[in-house]
Design a protein around this ligand. Structure first.
Ligand code: HEM
Length: 438
């Protein structure tokens, strides 16, 4: 199933034949499911909501209520995936050389996303400076400025490619300004390979893993050097604040841990937000009635962003390691297995959503129930920033570009070749050159 430009509100153009497909028709992961996972999710929810993968020691969880159960029991479903296989789940800090002495007993090298309470609680509390109110208030006008600068560069052309010319550079610039990653090195961060770090790594082929590993050491050394620099010369940014707070608490600098955390914050806040921005533009173009509603009533921008997070969750799933024998919905799950929380499926769960395959920016209370940001203790820390960024990006595009439409003949709208991430490879659009008539 591929996305086409004229699928309108039919839910990514699923044909009836595919909607009626059964679980036997799919493999996970597979190119077909990466292109459009929703028929597979639907078959899972119907036939086996807690589904033992035929070849892997893992269970796919597809109903919202069961995913919530997993998220609410971190003592059974652990985020510390490195307990299973250190090679598969190495945070950036595990890659650095010349490790200075650190107190590994207080804080492990994993970032917060690879940690469980009580350690996770300590790490997350300190990193919450990321979304401090005054910081968010300061960044909001900067997001609009950066968005406007990017649009200035293509507005007279009457066309652009949304990801490369807008969403990617905007998200990277914002995360750099907030966290303290130097913007002059943006090109370096763009080169960093992230096919499958963390949760995705255990699905990679040997070749893909080698490709990922090729740049991991280099990334980690870069981030380590930055941590040391921010420690010696702190500035008004998130990295400096996080480093300072950890040193005050622990009495020394834990370089491996802080390297992991800094690397996580850069990667978690960059590509995800870019995917959201490109996706919401795509969805509005596929649903012209919704675009029209938004053009008439700009207060719907917030709803459009939340509905995009539901409809096409930029990160489709994450996993947990099962640390004691348990069961979900009567299905026994042994210690040592993984569960895969299919957030993208929870967001289409028909027991939660009316007409879940319809993109509807006026859907009430969507922000309360979608799992675009995960949930529980590990609910996306950057969500408030991502929300503001998505809203400002979309508003600025609508202010500056009139008559936005697909560039004819240039879009196949294929998803990137990735089994965890949703965004089209390219999104070529056209609009009235020069911006709205005054
Ligand atoms: C649209 C944009 C974003 C999406 C869709 C997204 C999605 C997610 C999801 C699904 C999780 C939960 C992972 C899990 O289940 O284990 C998560 C966690 C996280 N996100 Fe985001 N994220 C976005 C933006 C950001 C931004 C802008 C930042 C930082 C500036 C950020 C930082 C984090 C961090 C640090 C965690 C780990 C939290 C923890 O383990 O306690 N994210 N994100």
């Amino acid at each position: 199933v591929t996305r086409t430009e004229n699928t309108l509100t039919s839910g990514l153009g699923l044909s009836h034949a595919v909607q009626g497909a059964t679980l036997d028709d799919f493999a996970f992961p597979s190119a077909e499911v990466s292109q459009c996972p929703y028929p597979f999710y639907s078959a899972l929810r119907k036939e086996a909501p807690v589904f033992k993968h035929p070849e892997r020691n893992e269970f796919l969880i597809s109903r919202r209520k069961d995913i919530l159960h997993v998220l609410q029991h971190p003592e059974i479903f652990s985020n510390e995936l490195s307990r299973s296989d250190k090679d598969l789940h190495r945070a950036a800090g595990h890659w650095i050389t010349d490790v200075p002495e650190g107190d590994e007993e207080i804080i492990t090298t994993n970032s917060m996303t690879g940690s469980d309470p009580p350690e996770h609680t300590l790490k997350r509390r300190i990193a919450a400076t990321l979304v401090r109110r005054d910081r968010l208030e300061r960044i909001q006008p900067r997001i609009a400025e950066i968005a406007n600068e990017l649009i200035d560069a293509f507005v007279d052309d009457g066309h652009c490619e949304v990801r490369e010319q807008f969403a990617d550079p905007l998200a990277l610039a914002v995360i750099c300004e907030v966290t303290g990653f130097p913007r002059e090195d943006e090109e370096i961060y763009r080169q960093w390979v992230r096919i499958g770090t963390g949760h995705g790594r255990r699905y990679l082929t040997a070749e893909q893993r080698a490709e990922q590993d090729r740049t991991m050491g280099e990334q980690a050394e870069y981030v380590k050097a930055l941590v040391l620099r921010k420690y010696e010369q702190p500035e008004d940014d998130v990295l400096s604040d996080v480093i300072k707070a950890h040193v005050e608490r622990d009495g020394h600098l834990n370089v491996p841990y802080l390297t992991s955390e800094a690397n996580l914050i850069l990667s978690a806040g960059n590509e995800t937000t870019s995917r959201l921005i490109a996706t919401v533009v795509l969805l509005l173009l596929q649903n012209p009635d919704q675009m029209e509603l938004l053009r008439r009533d700009r207060s719907l921008v917030r709803g459009a962003i939340e509905e995009a997070l539901r409809y096409e969750a930029p990160t489709q799933w994450t996993s947990r390691l099962v640390v004691e024998d348990t069961e979900i919905d009567g299905v026994a799950i042994p210690a040592g297995a993984f569960v895969v929380n299919l957030y993208g499926s929870a967001n289409r769960d028909e027991t939660v959503w009316d007409d879940p395959d319809r993109f509807d920016i006026c859907r009430p209370d969507v922000h309360k129930y979608h799992m675009g940001f995960g949930g529980g203790l590990h609910l996306c820390l950057g969500a408030p920033l991502a929300r503001i960024e998505g809203q400002v990006a979309l508003s600025t595009l609508l202010d500056r570009l009139d008559d936005i439409r697909f560039a004819p003949g240039k879009n196949d709208l294929d998803n990137i070749d990735h089994f965890q991430k949703r965004v089209p490879k390219h999104l070529f659009i056209e609009f009235a050159p020069g911006g709205p008539a005054q």
